[in-house]
Design a protein around this ligand. Sequence first.
Ligand code: ZN
Length: 61
Amino acid sequence: MIDKKEFQDQKIVCVDCHCAFVFTPGEQAYYQSRLLSHPRRCPACRKKRRLSIVPDSETRR
Ligand SMILES: [Zn+2]
């Protein structure tokens, strides 16, 4: 028996720009495989944050 979970498109409202974006089945599988919680931001805002945030937690000394 194949216990295959079917992923479906999920609509999520971005916490930053409040636009609705689609959390695709492919992304859901990726997030689940990495045990990540669902994204709260649209891809555009995630990209923006990645570019603007300086990871100061990496400077440990
Ligand atoms: Zn956004």
